[in-house]
Structures are given as structure tokens and as C-alpha cells.
Ligand binder design. Structure first.
Ligand code: MEV
Length: 338
């Protein structure tokens, strides 16, 4: 039995624009998906998702990847989750040159599904790592990140960047621009997350941005402007002391850029009433900045606030199901049991 875990992430800056070659800076957070893999004597795959939860958001099902799980969450989310596990299995089989390898797989996660916190990337990264280790063919981190990206790319019909999977593999903050992925230093940012209890359809949201970008020159300019925000954010991070508490001035400057980034994402059509409400509640409570994180359409926002006001205000905001603080996860994927 091999158990690996991998963290979720928030986007400090740059989601969506990263799909078109602009840079992005995601940061891993201490919410993890854990995948347990036991090789089988036959070529079948059995998946059990024991607890994909975040305060009242629970899925329980079991069965082969071809079966219909019995769950109380929207079927598209479950189908999406199963699609990612299937793609991870294909990558692990191919990496280990074991096309007929069968597995019993258990997924547990405290990252809400499809909510912008990188749940699918964490499951895919932890799943490929655990399955290849179970077959005695462990991958180095760069190869693992690459395999995980290919799995996401396949499930998302070719509309995925390397950002989520690279960040989940490496941990900490990373910079991604096309195929160029590097860990970067970051201070200890005081992330606060607000979750509306819902999820966006990543494929549809990415397709919507693509359509607007192709149709309107100003939408293409908006995507480029997000790239400018990311470059400005990177400069700020490069001047900060790694892993130390950031100054109020730095938080204010990063927060300004996050606010700007949210406005541009809203202009591209990927925000939602619930996300805007949480963003404004955070700002009104004194957060240094707030933006949606991930594909949008529903799910989570991320704000910067070292004090207690923002989580408290979010917990009283209509439409906010959960508000919590998230630590930067300095460790990426890791083996929990060999
Ligand atoms: C989704 O978490 C982030 C997007 O930028 C898509 C991607 O980068 O693959 C919307």
C-alpha cells in the first residue's frame, strides 16, 4: 500500500491568461489530497473516494472507474473527478511501462472539488506518484509534474496550463509561463479563503475566455494586461524576504494588484455574483486585496489579511459557505506511507 499526498493551491495572479502564454504565480496551500494505491493481481481499477469534503461538502462512493458511483453531489463533478483518476492511471501505467497494471485506489481530500483550489491537480499528482511508486518505478518531480500536466490536458480537452500541476508537485510559490516552470521565493502570505459551496466548469470557462479573446481585440488586450499584473507582482515578491512575514506596505501593493487582477477576470466573464460578494466583503473588512482564484464561475476567492476581520466578515457574508485561513504549503507532493 502506497500513500502520497499533494497540496491544493491558490492563484496569487494570472489564471486564464496563463493558458495563452502569459505568466502566472500560483501558491500551494496546506489543504491536501491523499491517494492510496494498492496494486491488484488483475488489470482492473477500483476507486473509492472516501471523503472529498469541506464543511458539509461530502462525497462517498465506490466502484470501478466505469461504474456509476452513488453520491449526493452533482454528477458532472463526480464524473470529472473520475476522469482525472482515470487519466492519472493511464499516465502511471505508461510511465511504468505496465499497460495492464490494476489498482485499488482510495482518494481522500480536504480540497473542495472544482472550486479553484486545484483539487484535480492534487489528486492527479498524488495519484501518479503513488501508483508509479507502487509499481517500483518512482518518477522525479519534474517528470511527475509533466505526467500530471498531460493527464489534466487530456481531461480538459487540451485547455490546461502547467500551473496547477507544477505548483501541486513542487509546493511553495511557482512561476509558470508556457512550458517554463520554476519555483520562486515568497514571503509568508496571510491567505484567507472564502468558498461559496459551488464549483465552476473549468472547460466551459476557459472556452468562454478563448471565444472573447478571439472575437474582441480588447479582450486579447485584457489577457495581456493580466500578464503585466503578474510581472509587477513577481517584482514585488522578488524584493521580499522569503518565508518571513511580509510588511504592510508589501501586502498593500500585492493587494492592489490582486484587486486589479480580479477586475480583469470579471471583465473576461469568469466571475460570479457570489465571488464578487465575497471579494467586496473581504475588501470592506480591510483585506489588502481580494480576487477569485482558479477558473471562476463559482468556488473560492483568496484575500490577503493577517488580521481576523476578513475571515469573520466572510463567515457572515450571504453566499459564503466556509471561510478559512490557508498557510503556504512549502512541501509539494510527499510520500505518507511507502
Ligand atoms: C484553472 O485552475 C486555471 C486556469 O488558468 C486553467 C489552467 O491554467 O489550466 C483557468
Amino acid at each position: 500500500m502506497t500513500v502520497c499526498s499533494a497540496p491544493g493551491k491558490v492563484y496569487l495572479f494570472g489564471e486564464h491568461a496563463v493558458v495563452y502564454g502569459e505568466p502566472a504565480v500560483p501558491a500551494a496551500i496546506e489543504r491536501r489530497a491523499r491517494v492510496t494505491v494498492e496494486p491488484r493481481a488483475d488489470d482492473r481499477v477500483r476507486v473509492t473516494a472516501e471523503d472529498l469534503s469541506l464543511d458539509g461538502f461530502t462525497v462517498e462512493y465506490g466502484g470501478s472507474t466505469g461504474g456509476r458511483p452513488n453520491v449526493d453531489v452533482p454528477t458532472p463533478l463526480v464524473e470529472a473527478a473520475m476522469g482525472y483518476v482515470d487519466a492519472a492511471v493511464r499516465q502511471a501505467r505508461s510511465a511504468a511501462d505496465a499497460p495492464d497494471a490494476g489498482f485499488d485506489i482510495t482518494v481522500e481530500s480536504d480540497i473542495p472539488l472544482g472550486a479553484g483550489l486545484g483539487s484535480s491537480a492534487a489528486v492527479v499528482v498524488a495519484g501518479i506518484d503513488a501508483a508509479t511508486r507502487a509499481l517500483d518505478e518512482p518518477l522525479d518531480r519534474r517528470d511527475l509534474a509533466d505526467r500530471a500536466y498531460r493527464a489534466e490536458f487530456e481531461v480538459q480537452d487540451g485547455q490546461a496550463s502547467r500551473a496547477d500541476t507544477f505548483c501541486s508537485t513542487m509546493g511553495g510559490a511557482v512561476r509558470v509561463e508556457g512550458d517554463d516552470c520554476e519555483p520562486i521565493d515568497a514571503p509568508n502570505l496571510p491567505f484567507v479563503i472564502g468558498f461559496d459551496g459551488g464549483a465552476g466548469d473549468t472547460g466551459a470557462l476557459v472556452a468562454g475566455v478563448r471565444e472573447r479573446r478571439e472575437r474582441y481585440r480588447f479582450a486579447a488586450d485584457t489577457v495581456r494586461s493580466i500578464g503585466d499584473i503578474v510581472r509587477a507582482g513577481e517584482e514585488l515578491l522578488a524584493g521580499a524576504v522569503p518565508e518571513a512575514d511580509p510588511s504592510r506596505e508589501l501586502l498593500a501593493e500585492l493587494g492592489d494588484l490582486m484587486d486589479f487582477n480580479h477586475g480583469l477576470l470579471a471583465a473576461l466573464g469568469v466571475s460570479a455574483r457570489s465571488l464578487d460578494a465575497m471579494v467586496w466583503a473581504a475588501r470592506d473588512a480591510g483585506a489588502h486585496g481580494a480576487k477569485l482564484t482558479g477558473a471562476g464561475g463559482g468556488g473560492c476567492i483568496v484575500a490577503l489579511d493577517p488580521d481576523t476581520e476578513t475571515p469573520t466578515a466572510l463567515s457572515f457574508t450571504q453566499g459564503c459557505e466556509a471561510a478559512f485561513r490557508a498557510e503556504l504549503a512549502t512541501e509539494g507532493v510527499r510520500v505518507e506511507a511507502p
